[in-house]
Write a protein that binds this ligand. Sequence first.
Ligand code: NDP
Length: 448
Amino acid sequence: MNAYVEKVINEVKAKNSFEPEFLQAVSEVLTSLEPVIAKHPEFEEHKILERMVEPDRIVSFRVTWRDDKGQVQVNRGYRAQFNSSIGPYKGGLRFHPSVNQSIIKFLGFEQCFKNSLTGLPIGGGKGGSDFDPKGKSDREVMAFCQSFMTELYKYIGKDEDVPAGDIGVGGREIGYLYGQYKRITGLYEGVLTGKGLTYGGSLARTEATGYGLLYLVEEMLKCNGHDIKGKTVAVSGSGNVAIYAIQKAQQLGAKAVTCSDSTGWVYDPEGIDVALLKEVKEVKRARLTEYAAARPSAEYHEKKNGEHGVWNYKVDVALPCATQNELDLDDAKALVANGVTAVAEGANMPTTLDATEYLQKNGVLFVPGKASNAGGVATSALEMSQNSERLSWTFEEVDAKLKNIMVNIFHNLDNAAKEYGMEGNYVAGANIAGFLKVAEAMMAQGWV
Ligand code: NDP
């Protein structure tokens, strides 16, 4: 291993030994940057890697709120502002019981490269809380969001840091957060993205991550001599990313046959019924058992031992769209044994490192989330542009820009991989292309 890369990884391990997800992300990215570091000794001289792995700042705060029984509840909130060299901090808020500083830091670190890859002027950040919106009433969610924003507003702003949604933070939560920000500051500004259409949201933002994923997969398949049309697709998750990935796959002539949630998965060989899935997940906020009950062609399987299930079917394309580390080595082996052609990450870091390596060694086209799921944040940046202009673009305008951005991302990472002698290694290509822009901006701005 390159001595400088090794030194920085060891320092990060020593300083952050209790942050496994952050260490995983840093090791993965820095290892793939070795050829760039070897070619650019100036990055070591200016301590670019040391500066990139250290967030500009992290705020961690108490969030106190009252539940429907009148009990006082206490959660922990975070915002990690990682790097603002190429634009204001930008990245989602995650509300999930698993949220801790390691997860927020891994997501914030990855976000810097993803945002850079979009070609748009947005820096990297991430935030969230260990609050679980599941099973809470609207009033409880509102009370939590208002308390969360009462602290967070001090650190964000339309030109400073613009959070968005992520797991557990959808339109409802963004609305409550925005309302509280406006109440406290008196400002009607684009401080959050993923807003509702009546108060500054962008058309196509809801669809953007899933649609963008498919635009990139379509381009990658095309450049490798395949056609998305007629392909069978396995998808995990049944949230925002998964639903619109399934919808766009079907619009492009592919057939998505699986989806999942945290308790089970569905196999529907006739193809997932997107309207029914939306009804179950977006309207009723119910379990997938309800999908299977209403759809005779579907099988429902309960997760008994934490298994992932959806990767055991014969498919051409696999799209993990739920959460981190949900596609492991055994899953990768099953996919390869079933002849999979491509795996593209809709979620952030859903594939474990050994699974990624196994897929790549076996000739599977593999795209990391920082490239393939960048459509969400790219469209958030388009929402920021519309807010600054005080104009709203049509769905078709936003969708066309999104498609163009995703096609460009694929070619950027493909070209970067080729330039550094790693043709077809899209993980390295994404890290290199994302890194170079941020590193060059940091060099230009001096030791800050
Ligand atoms: P949602 O909350 O809408 O959906 C998440 C889905 O994943 C649900 O089906 C959920 O099931 C499942 N899930 C969550 N945690 C677990 C777990 N520990 N084990 C198994 N299943 C789980 O989130 P999104 O669709 O917005 O996000 C999905 C992923 O995509 C995340 O990694 C997110 O960071 C990433 N992403 C999202 C973007 C966006 O624009 N939304 C942009 C870029 C990346 P259940 O309902 O049972 O919890």
